[in-house]
Unconditional design. Structure first.
Length: 137
């Protein structure tokens, strides 16, 4: 997609930051997708007409067979890749069900202090820094 000036138009992506004690839920992007092998907070693109909460719940059900209750926006950031521009909205969420990977992706519960040891997309850098530095969850 391109904007009126020929530059890539922004794609809005929502992601669920789900905590369980001091651990956070992350998944690994499967083979054959953009940024394969990188870890991420589960979520995906917002479809036309969807609210962020609806998109997060749909994505979580499609990817992990569990819904979410969206609590609050943690961070909204914009990142430009060579081939796309993303507006990422990270939401604190509560799981509704037990997650199980449906797309062949790996799922882990990771201590906040260990987030920096995993390879996340550059678009997640600010969130990882905030989560790793914060005592509050």
């Amino acid at each position: 997609m391109t904007g009126p000036d020929g530059s890539p138009s922004a794609v809005v992506v929502v992601a669920a930051v789900v905590g369980q004690g001091t651990r956070l839920l992350v998944t690994c992007r499967p083979s054959g997708v953009h940024l394969e092998g990188y870890w991420e907070f589960p979520g995906g693109k917002v479809h036309p007409g969807e609210t962020h909460a609806e998109a997060l719940d749909r994505e979580m059900r499609e990817e992990l067979d569990a819904g979410v209750e969206v609590l609050d926006l943690i961070l909204e950031t914009r990142h430009e890749y060579p081939d796309r521009v993303l507006v990422l909205c990270f939401y604190r969420c509560r799981l509704l069900g037990t997650p199980r990977p449906l797309l062949g992706q790996e799922l882990r519960w990771v201590e906040r202090d260990d987030l920096g040891s995993l390879r996340f997309p550059p678009a997640d850098d600010l969130l990882i820094a905030r989560l790793s530095a914060s005592d509050a969850w």
